[in-house]
Structures are given as C-alpha cells and as structure tokens.
Design a protein around this ligand. Structure first.
Ligand SMILES: O=C(O)CCC(=O)C(=O)O
Ligand SMILES: [Fe+2]
Length: 490
C-alpha cells in the first residue's frame, strides 16, 4: 500500500523503500494521519469510545494522569501504548517532580522510569495514523540545511572584522552585524569545548530552562536525545560558578573573556550590582535554540559563539511593523505566541519570512560575535552542539528606548531582584550621577517624541482633514491606529 499524506508539511512516512534518507522511520512505526485514507484498518479502532476524540484531546487528557496510570492505560492496546509514549507527557512529569538523583537514559520516559534501553519494547504501531504523534518526531528530525543556506543577498547580516566604539555608536547601533575577529583572542575561545567544560565543571549545577542539572548530566542529555525542542542550558550565574575573571586583559589578570571594544560602554552599569541579569552561558545540542523574542528591557545584546555555529533570523520592530510571520503579540506586547517549536516555525513560516521586508539572516560561526540591536526580533538555532556567551547592554544610541521601556512598560520590566522596587528611578539616579548630559539629551528626545505623538493625536481628534466640512468634523469619531502610539498618548 503506498503511503500518502494530506498535510504537505509532513512528508510520507518512511518504510525504508522511499530512498529518502533524511527522516528516519518513527520508532514505533506511527505514520502521518493522511496515510489512514488508503489504509484498510487502524489500531485506533481498539480505543473504544475514545475514538470520538481528536488525538490532541486524547493527549491533553493523558496529561492529567500520573506515571502508574499512564503505564496501565498504555498496556490496554497498541494505540494507547503509542499515545502514552509521547515524550511531552513524561517531560512534564519529570519537571513537575524531578527525582533527587537520576541517570539520563536517552528519553524523558526512560529517565523518569529509570529504564535501561534493553527494557524498552519496540512495539509495532505501524497501523496507527496520527499527526499529533508523528509531528514531534518529524520536527525532531528535519534537515536544517535548506533553511540556513542560500540566504538571499539582500537579507545577509553584514560581516565585518571589527568596529571601533565611534563607528558602532554613529553608524551601527541599529543594525545586526557579525564581527569575525575580537572573540578569536579570548582565552575561552581557545580553551572551551563541551569535553573540557565537562571535565572541569561536570559536578557543577547549571540552569537548563526549568531544571538545575549537574553539567555532566546535561552533557549526557546533549549526546543522546531526540527532543523536538531540546532542553537549552541558559545560566546567568556561570561567571561565579566557574570562577571566571571577566574584563579587559590590560586590567584583569587571567581574564577569560571581555566585551569587544565597540560594546564596552554599557549604561546599565550605572546601577552597579542592582542591574538585572545580563550575562549568560548558553549550551545546547544541534537543533536547540531560541524562539522569536525581543531582548528584555529594550536592551541590545552581543552573542559570542565559542563552539558550534548558530543560524540567526532577525526582524526590526516598530509601531508600524507587524511581528515576524507566525508570531503573534498581545496588544500591550507583553505576550508573544509562536509555533510550538523552532522546527515547526521553520517548516511553516521560514519561506514567507525570507520574503518579508526587513528580514536579516546569517550564520555566526565559531570565534564570531553577533550584535542584536535593541528591539529586534530574533530566532536562533544551533547547527551543531554549541557553546556561547551572551551579554545584554544599553549603548548610548538606545538610552531613550531603555528609559521609555522602564517607565512606560514597568509591568514588563524583568530580571531585577525583588529588592529593587523602582528600576526606572534607580536607573535615572545612576545616570544622573554618572552621565548627566547623556540623560538630559535622551529625556529631551523622549519629550519631543511624546509631543509629536500628542500633536498627531490632537490633529486627528480635534483638527479637520483637508476638504472636510465643519459638520463632518463635528461628528465624533474614533481611531484605532493598530500600533502602540495611540496607547501612549496621554
Ligand atoms: O544563542 C541563542 O540561542 C540566542 C540567545 C538569545 O537570543 C538571548 O540570549 O537573548
Ligand atoms: Fe535574545
């Protein structure tokens, strides 16, 4: 029987006779739903009344069960066995109540149940047709190459050897770019590999999303997982955990790394140790990465690749610009929704994104550093096992944006410790003390911008458009600009 699929995003399942080596067969033989159209029977008929429910709803119901119940229902028939093998169910159980000690065993289910590979049966579920079960498997195996190569020339993120602080502040603060030289002189660039880090810090505990794991365990996970969205190590305490010295080599003995000269000025440093978290060690396997987001508190960032190249796709933001394709933001921009995983976004939205005005793409290779300007959307995917260091900062060109964010989006300000009650006041007083002129200038510009918006508003509400009669103008009317300028008008 030929395999077909109704959904173009999922390729026909591989039975080994398709000659396409790219995506292996699902370990249980599950196939995309479209294959059911030509199938004479399906394992699903054994699940009784549950057949009335769509697969996604069955998975949602299973999320309510504990491990013994999942195991029991999984023993009732092959279809339920396949449903109860869904990794997201076991990852949620693991994260909800992490065992005190455990060995990573290649999957969340085997790890939670402490099952060696030999105890995991290979049940043949090849007569089960389910997009809900096939999708995560497909996403975990997509080939990245087509998405990260053949970047159109107009989208290419500029690549430079280095920039002086003057050049950066005058010309480049609003543009993504890659610098190819500065990181190559960092000691950590010469010294760090996943192997050396495991050897030196293997017993140390690092943050990976919702879990704190010994680095050694995270290394085991990196080497052997098939997650659609691999767990990503993102630790803001790494400098002290690893006992690193950070700073210019002239003034810092044994410096491990230092911000390149063009990024050295960071106005957030005026609040000293009260500044929000701002430096992270990032480690992840191939396919791990960051979904579309803007960096916190309207900061800019640099991201230095020590090992393993990263693919970046970026978009500017602004009052009049929609978010990137496939990304949805709430009216106040506090919530961002996008597809479940980076792979799913690539499958469904990458082609459109590449054609969208403002799109910039590039690969930041080992020993290179990428600039993320304040307010830019970015999605990042690691093309190989990766180690990077990132740091957020406020350059003078974006002081206004940071002040605006801290004062007008106070509910979205993040990363400050609880004892910093009013981050905006704290920042203003630090700036007044250290950079009074820059502060004055930025506040004046913000004032002018607010007055410009107010004038625009008054013209629309009280003024009359050309050719409009008094009567027409007298009738009340309202506007939705579709951007946040109307929200900020007093
Ligand atoms: O390396 C990455 O995954 C990107 C990290 C990032 O975007 C961030 O730290 O804000
Ligand atoms: Fe970011």
């Amino acid at each position: 029987m030929p395999d077909i699929t109704t959904l173009p995003i999922y390729p026909p399942a591989q039975d080994g006779d398709h000659g396409d080596e790219a995506i292996p067969s699902h370990p249980l033989g599950v196939k995309p739903s479209g294959n059911a159209l030509l199938a004479s029977w399906s394992l699903r008929s054994a699940i009784g009344s549950f057949q009335l429910l769509p697969d996604d709803l069955i998975l949602l119901l299973l999320e309510e069960l504990d491990a013994p119940s999942l195991l029991r229902i999984g023993r009732t028939c092959k279809a339920f066995y396949a449903f109860t093998r869904a990794e997201e169910l076991w990852k949620a159980l693991f994260v909800g109540s992490p065992p005190a000690t455990f060995t990573w065993r290649g999957s969340w289910r085997s790890t939670y149940l402490n099952l060696p590979a030999s105890k995991v049966p290979m049940v043949d579920c090849s007569h089960l047709y389910s997009d809900a079960l096939y999708r995560p498997f497909n996403c975990a195996h997509i080939v990245l190459d087509p998405y990260v190569t053949k970047i159109p020339a107009r989208n290419q993120i500029p690549r430079l050897s280095d920039l002086s602080p003057g050049e950066f502040h005058e010309k480049w603060a609003d543009t993504p770019f890659v610098l190819t030289e500065p990181v190559k002189s960092w000691p950590v660039y010469k010294d760090w590999t996943v192997g050396t880090l495991l050897g030196r810090y293997g017993q140390g505990t690092f943050r990976a999303e919702a879990v704190d794991w010994p680095l050694r365990t995270y290394g085991d996970y990196m080497a052997d997982n098939a997650d659609e969205s691999p767990l990503y190590l993102f630790d803001c305490g790494f400098v002290s955990k690893m006992g690193l010295a950070v700073g210019a080599p002239e003034s810092t003995p044994n410096a491990a790394y230092w911000p390149p000269a063009c990024f050295a000025e960071d106005l957030f440093s005026v609040v000293g140790s009260d500044r929000p978290d701002h430096q992270w060690l990032i480690v992840g396997p191939e396919r791990s990465g960051s979904k579309f987001h803007k960096d916190p508190n309207a900061t800019s960032a640099w991201n230095a690749v020590i090992r393993g190249p990263k693919y970046w796709i970026m978009f500017p933001s602004g009052d009049k610009r929609p978010p990137p394709p496939g990304v949805y933001v709430s009216d106040d921009q506090s919530e961002v929704t996008s597809p479940l995983s980076i792979a799913e976004w690539l499958l469904n939205f990458h082609a459109e994104a590449r054609r969208t005005a403002g799109c910039m793409e590039g690969i930041c290779g080992e020993g290179e550093i990428l600039h993320v300007p304040s307010g830019w959307w970015h999605l990042v995917v690691n093309l190989e096992a990766s180690i990077a260091i990132t740091q957020n900062f406020i350059p003078r060109a974006h002081l206004g944006a940071a002040l605006d964010f801290l004062s007008n989006k106070a509910d979205q300000v993040s990363g400050f410790r609880k004892n910093v009650v009013n981050p905006y006041e704290k920042f203003i007083s630090g700036m007044r003390e250290t950079y009074p002129e820059l502060l004055e200038q930025a506040l004046e510009e913000l004032q002018k911008k607010a007055e410009g918006k107010k004038r625009k508003w008054d013209d629309i509400v009280h003024g009359k458009a050309e050719g409009e009669t008094e009567e027409q103008n007298a009738g009340g009317f309202s506007f939705g600009f579709g951007d946040d300028s109307d929200v900020e008008v007093p």
